[in-house]
Design a protein around this ligand. Structure first.
Ligand code: ZN
Length: 164
């Protein structure tokens, strides 16, 4: 009964006074994992186009996109696509949390990636962006980056889009 009623709404997306279901507000959702296998320990990768592809695939025109690293030694962040700045980030992070000597970190008993955990913490886990009219609603220089701080293995980023 409910499903056939829902079917009617899909044909006729209007506010229904019978069930008070406003089909215009029924939300779509989309999920995708982006995989990376960075050959170096550290790198910054512009993933804006990959997120835009997800957005096209989702068909969502109005809503929000969440993009987060699924690993605790990698980041997703928004900044400028400018190689000088990326070099500055790398030097700054290396000053804050130098990779070596690895023995300086309590975490490094059996592993060597304590600096990667610290670097990721300061660059952030995720980005949330507005979607307006089917596009990322960004300022003129905003781009989304994957920040790798302990590479040379397969790692994932989650893209979750909700909206209508
Ligand atoms: Zn670790």
């Amino acid at each position: 009964m409910f499903l056939s009623h829902l079917g009617m709404h899909l044909q006729l997306p209007l506010l229904c006074f019978a069930c008070r279901l406003d089909m215009m507000t029924i939300m779509k959702s989309y999920r995708k994992e982006l995989w990376f296998d960075i050959p170096t320990r550290r790198a910054f990768i512009n993933i804006t186009q990959k997120v835009e592809e997800c957005l096209r695939e989702s068909g969502i025109r109005e809503g929000l996109v969440l993009v987060n690293a699924m690993h605790i030694t990698a980041s997703v962040f928004v900044n400028d696509d400018e190689s000088g700045l990326h070099h500055d980030f790398d030097l700054w992070l290396e000053k804050l949390a130098p990779h070596e000597p690895v023995s300086q970190y309590s975490h490094n008993s059996g592993e060597d990636n304590a600096d990667g955990h610290l670097k990721r913490q300061i660059m952030g886990r995720e980005v949330v962006a507005a979607i307006t009219n089917g596009r990322l609603d960004f300022g003129p220089w905003e781009q989304i980056f994957y920040g790798e701080f302990d590479g040379r293995r397969k790692k994932r980023v989650l893209v979750k889009i909700i909206g209508e």
